[in-house]
Design a protein around this ligand. Structure first.
Ligand code: BES
Ligand code: MN
Ligand code: ZN
Length: 498
């Protein structure tokens, strides 16, 4: 996919399709107005006929525009004539891309950068449009026997028109950043969409190696169960006992920063299928538990994005990957395991397995002498109940880090929302038989899960992203979302600024 920045007068623009906005009031955006004038009111006539009302995300395709060198014009409804918010703009960008995809044009020139979005500049709008376009054109066909049931989109080039040339470099960079984020999201979506019998821990390890290939700044290493036993990762290993697939601990070490600069460590939950283990899950929608490695997938996606952008930072990705299966040798409710930190855990519910693999990965992360550690996990169904599918749950032991992540989420339109991490919740993890239990009862499930992790992150600045709700779409558009790649990339971009 090719994204370009151009500045030209709309009347003289050659293209297979021009994209311009119309408001609900019937008021045209500047470029639409210009086009209306040169075409002797062609557009206002159509508006009068009522074929398009200007409602948000409505589209209408016009042919044979008088006095225009363009083959077509796509009118996009932009709602009332006032500044849009981030989500409204994103929705328009998505509707535009879907319409272009359906029309089948190879190329277009898009003028929607002239819409007003509260508090956002032109580069922001361009980056959003790039991300929304790639997201709308995404296909997942790897598992279909007859390829091309939905052939790859014809759309290969989008030119964004900007007024004047002053902003050109910023806009070009924004498009570049947007494309790198979109490419990272594609990595994340693909991995999430692959079934559990294909996307195993070994597959994730090989994918990490593939991302590292040919990049001298990126080193990948993979530990096997024997090496994890030597490291005394008793908690992680207790989860994989019931599986025939060997567990892997994958490390992706990206060194784009100064040699002595402390890295940001991203730890991603990589449960490639979560049956619940002996505390087995109910059958309905159990297939969706193939997505339980989306934390891991987002770490791989972010590392891919960071490498593409060649960011001047040190970033380490740590991915504990395994399956959670029932078996004669699987962990049982009541088992007590010893984590790498030495703390003992009573496994009251084998379905609370994410925290059991993450705690050892978090202890392991100490060896990278991190500036900051962020873990990303589809950790609790309770998070979906609390925040729905719109916000990622954000918790941590440092308010500044939590604030920075929330800010990055707003900027990148991949939002999080905070939850408290108080001692009162931690008390729910009390066990009669070990240092702690792995569950804290029905109340505040997202928070008690984070409290569990907090017991393993006392030596560094840490935050936890619960992406159980945001990592995938259910229903008709069932599949990975690519979140929170934009949030995390934005956080890292913000860290690059002096
Ligand atoms: N992977 C699940 C969490 C999950 C549930 C993610 C639904 C996405 C959608 C996790 O391993 C799990 O099973 N959590 C339990 C914890 C409980 C046993 C304390 C849950 O949320 O029910
Ligand atoms: Mn589970
Ligand atoms: Zn799980």
């Amino acid at each position: 996919m090719d994204f370009k920045i151009v500045s030209s007068t709309i009347g003289k623009q050659r293209s297979a399709c021009l994209v311009v906005g119309v408001h609900e009031s019937g008021k045209l955006t500047a470029s639409a107005k210009h086009l209306d004038k040169t075409s002797r009111n062609h557009i206002s006539k159509i508006l009068k006929q009522g074929d398009i009302k200007g409602k948000p995300a409505e589209t209408l395709l016009l042919h044979a525009i008088p006095n225009s060198d363009a083959d077509r014009v796509l009118l996009v409804g932009c709602g009332e004539e006032k500044a849009l918010n981030d989500q409204q703009f994103h929705k328009l960008a998505t509707a535009t891309a879907r319409a272009l995809d359906k029309i089948g044009v190879k190329e277009c020139v898009n003028y929607l950068g002239e819409l007003k979005v509260s508090g956002r500049d032109l580069p922001w709008k361009i980056r959003q449009m790039v991300e929304a376009t790639c997201d709308a054109l995404y296909r997942f066909e790897a598992m279909k026997s007859k390829k091309n049931q939905r052939p790859a989109s014809n759309l290969k080039k989008v030119s964004f028109n900007i007024p004047g040339t002053a902003n050109r470099t910023h806009c070009r960079n924004a498009a570049k950043t947007g494309l790198a984020i979109a490419n990272g999201m594609t990595v994340t979506k693909d991995l999430g969409n692959l079934p559990g019998n294909v996307c195993t821990p070994t597959y994730l390890a090989n994918k990490a190696k593939a991302i590292g290939k040919g990049n001298s700044k990126l080193r990948i290493s993979v530990l096997d169960e024997k090496q994890m036993t030597a490291l005394k990762m008793g908690s992680f290993l207790s989860v994989t006992r019931g599986s025939r697939q060997p567990a892997k601990l994958i490390t992706l070490n990206y060194s784009g920063g100064k040699k002595n600069e402390k890295p940001v460590v991203l730890v991603g939950k990589g449960v490639t299928f979560d049956s619940g283990g002996v505390s087995i899950k109910p059958s309905p929608a159990m297939d969706e538990m193939k997505y339980d490695m989306c934390g891991a997938a987002s770490v791989l996606g972010v590392i891919a994005t960071v490498s593409e952008l060649n960011l001047p930072l040190n970033v380490v990705g740590v991915v504990p990957a395994c399956e959670n299966m029932p078996d004669g040798d699987a962990s049982k409710p009541g088992d007590v395991v010893t984590s790498m930190s030495g703390q003992t855990i009573e496994v009251l519910n084998t379905d609370a397995e994410g925290r059991l693999i993450l705690c050892d990965a978090l202890t392991y992360s100490e060896r990278f002498k991190p500036a900051i550690v962020i873990d990303i996990a589809t950790l609790t169904g309770a998070c979906v109940m609390a925040l729905g599918k719109h916000a990622t749950g954000v918790l941590g032991n440092d308010d500044d880090l939590v604030d920075d992540l929330l800010t990055a989420g707003k900027k990148s339109n991949d939002r999080g929302w905070p939850l408290p991490l108080w001692d009162e919740y931690d008390a729910q993890l009390k066990s009669n038989f070990a240092d702690m239990a792995n569950i804290g009862g029905r109340e505040g499930g997202t928070i008690t899960a984070a409290c569990f992790l907090a017991r393993f992150t006392k030596d560094y600045t840490w935050a936890h992203l619960d992406i159980a709700g945001t990592a995938w779409h259910s229903g008709a558009r069932k599949g990975g979302t690519g979140r929170p790649v934009p949030l995390l990339t934005q956080y890292l971009l913000d860290r690059c600024k002096p």
